[in-house]
Design a protein around this ligand. Structure first.
Ligand SMILES: [Zn+2]
Length: 671
């Protein structure tokens, strides 16, 4: 962001006096004093708005009511400090405030008899000289360029002399945190016992870098960021005074970009006026300067485009997201900035969701209020949170990546792919079977690092009747006890083919399996996809080694029987194995059997008095993993006792994070 007024300001410090600033405007807007208008005096050198409309009285200061009130009181009581520390972000008015204080201290009133006042007259010789930056007793120094002890000594030397013209010598030291340690030390002695006719006014953007010893001798004022609404209103007054018309949205956008800084905002306003006038906008008869121009000037992607992009991402449409990205790129937009815009929008939408009243808040541009509110209706908070986190992480990736465009695109693709991943809370509910009839669980690859999304793993029956539909990309891991765990895989670029990842370590070549369950386990680690299908979609009809008869559910893995046969033959070294498809019903799949047992366990756990008590205390808690360590990896009891002991004793560990707060689930980092 170019801020002409900055250079402007440094020019002021110690350079020939600039043309006198006009009278303060803000009190008498919106009717500007006609003679001061630039079009009335075309010969006058152009002054940037930030200087032209620099406040000259406390009343003109925007958004600093607290500071002004305290200062007014101090002047009223005649108890004005000898050292001030003004802190705040750039452009909030620190040096401006310092100059107003300098005038307040030195003003003699129109008749030349007045004392220090919180309302400097602006016409006495002192006021005029200070306004014009040429008062011999008001000295400004930029510590950013003069950091040494000698510079400070010069000042200290100067404090020994009486004021030449004014009542009080005022030293304004900007960016005081830049002073060297020795310089601070030299200053400290003077600060401890300041001469009666000396006032120090320090300004800094980084208060923490100022030694406490110095701070403790100053009255500190934290100038706050000016709220957007106040900024927008202020810019509106300035624009009117300049006879330029802006659309309210455009002003809001400038106010937002100004980020609390009056000066930055006025610089932007300057630019927008220059550009708008070129384009024939903004004049009294022409169309007002609109949001598009401002957005373009700020390098912001068009707001509508940002909304489109977020829509695409949330709908999981990478093609659309990349098309928008290409569009922005071609038009010279910075993709990091674009992602930042999306990030900001996600924040806005989340705020609207949290505070519905924001829909009517004038601080938000119209588009944000309408489309933002619509998004807020639609998108659950956990998804917004997840999107925000991923974007935030993505932004830093963009900053570090050798190619920003590539990095930004990768971030968006990743976002699209998790878009249809249900929020963790939903996932749990669906796993719990409460929503089994709803759309099939569609789990794309989570992006990036392997995070165990389920947090405290919830081991529950998978939706019966087949593998989790479209369990794409190896993201679901079957865990012991028939549960599912969503986790990252080390193969982020894997094609999204239906595949259920079993990440159990590959077993050593084993003795031939003796049971169907052993057969399935045999496959585990050798062929993850086959393993998943065997487990979820394959019904054993008969097991009579070396012949196995199975019924495979429709839409399951093609060639499943052949594939199993091959693995058995190769794995055992015995070519006699045969796997045949059968039409007979067969027994339930292993997953179904496991589900049944877990259901029994869950019912038992749910009924447990301790769980009941806990549920009463934490109404939002959900029953997490129910673990029976007697069960094997398929959630089934050891085969020897499978028949007679369907519901073995429950091993119950209530303190083992079995209660899962939904918040915890939602807070999981997907990025
Ligand atoms: Zn005065």
């Amino acid at each position: 962001m170019t801020v002409p007024s900055d250079q402007d300001r440094s020019e002021e410090a110690g350079l020939p006096a600039p043309p006198a600033d006009g009278p303060g405007l803000f009190g008498d807007a919106p009717q500007p004093p006609a003679p001061a208008m630039p079009d009335a005096a075309p010969a006058a050198p152009y002054r940037v708005l930030a200087r032209k409309y620099r406040p000259t009285t406390f009343d003109d200061l925007i958004g600093q009511e607290t500071t002004v009130r305290i200062l007014r009181n101090a002047f009223a009581l005649g108890r004005v400090a000898h050292a001030f520390m003004l802190t705040g972000v750039r452009g909030v008015g620190k040096t401006t405030t310092a100059r107003i204080i300098a005038r307040a201290l030195n003003c003699t009133g129109p008749d030349g008899t007045g004392g220090p006042t919180a309302d400097p007259c602006g016409v006495c010789p002192n006021c005029v000289a200070i306004l014009a930056d040429r008062h011999p007793d008001v000295l400004e120094m930029d510590a950013a360029s003069r950091t040494g002890v000698d510079d400070v000594r010069e000042i200290i030397e100067a404090t020994r002399f009486r004021p030449m013209q004014g009542r009080m010598k005022v030293f304004i030291i900007d960016e005081v945190h830049m002073l060297s340690r020795n310089a601070f030390n030299a200053l400290l002695k003077t600060l401890e016992e300041p001469p009666a006719q000396v006032t120090f006014i320090f300004a800094t953007t980084e208060l923490r870098k100022v030694p406490v010893t110095v701070l403790s001798r100053c009255q500190t004022f934290a100038l706050r960021r000016v709220p957007q609404v106040e900024l927008a209103a202020h810019f509106d007054r300035v624009a009117q005074a300049e006879h330029v018309r802006f659309s309210p949205d455009a002003l809001s956008l400038i106010a937002r970009a100004a980020d609390g800084s009056v000066r930055d905002g006025l610089s932007l306003l300057d630019q927008a006026i220059a550009q708008g006038t070129l384009d024939g906008e903004g004049g009294t008869d022409a169309a007002p300067i609109g949001m598009d121009l401002v957005a373009g000037m700020l390098g912001l992607a068009d707001r509508g485009l940002v909304f489109d992009l977020l829509d695409a991402v949330l709908e999981g449409r990478p093609d659309r997201a990349l098309a928008i990205t290409a569009d922005v790129y071609v038009r010279g937009g910075d993709l990091g900035v674009m992602l930042g815009d999306v990030l900001e929008l996600v924040h806005t939408v989340s705020r609207i969701k949290a505070i519905p009243a924001l829909r009517d808040n004038p601080e938000l541009p119209e588009a944000e209020r309408q489309r933002g509110a619509a998004l807020a209706e639609r998108v659950p908070v956990p998804v917004l949170g997840r999107t925000w986190q991923m974007l935030l992480k993505g932004l830093s990736e963009v900053e570090q990546a050798p190619d920003r465009r590539q990095a930004a695109e990768m971030v968006l693709i990743r976002l699209c792919y998790v878009a249809d991943l249900p929020p963790p809370g939903d996932l749990v509910r669906r796993m719990l079977g409460q929503d089994a009839a709803a759309a099939p669980l569609h789990v794309p690859e989570p992006a990036g690092g392997g995070n165990d999304v389920s947090g405290p793993a919830v081991s529950t029956p998978p939706v019966a009747g087949g593998p989790p539909a479209g369990g794409d990309g190896g993201a679901i891991r079957m865990v012991a006890n028939g549960g599912m765990r969503v986790e990252g895989t080390p193969r982020p670029a894997a094609p999204r083919t239906g595949r259920v990842e079993e990440t159990a370590p590959a077993p050593e070549p084993l003795a031939p399996p003796r049971t169907w369950r052993e057969t399935v386990a045999f496959v585990s680690g050798r062929d993850a996809m086959l393993h998943g299908h065997l487990r979820h979609a394959t019904h054993l009809v008969s097991f009579a080694p070396p012949l196995i008869e199975i019924r495979v559910e429709r839409n399951s893995l093609p060639g499943l029987a052949r594939r199993l046969e091959t693995i058995l033959r190769e794995g055992t070294g015995d070519p006699a194995w045969q796997v045949r498809q059968s039409d007979a019903e067969g027994e339930a799949t292993l997953a179904e059997q496991g589900a049944e047992i877990i259901q029994l366990h869950r019912a038992a756990a749910q009924a447990h008095p301790l769980v009941q008590a806990a549920m009463q205390v934490f109404p939002t808690a959900r029953l997490g993993e129910v673990t029976d360590h007697a069960l094997d990896d398929y959630g089934l009891p050891p085969e020897e006792m499978a028949v007679q002991n369907l519901a073995p004793d429950l091993e119950f560990a209530p303190l083992d994070a079995d209660l899962v707060e939904e918040d915890d689930l939602d807070a999981d980092d997907f990025a």
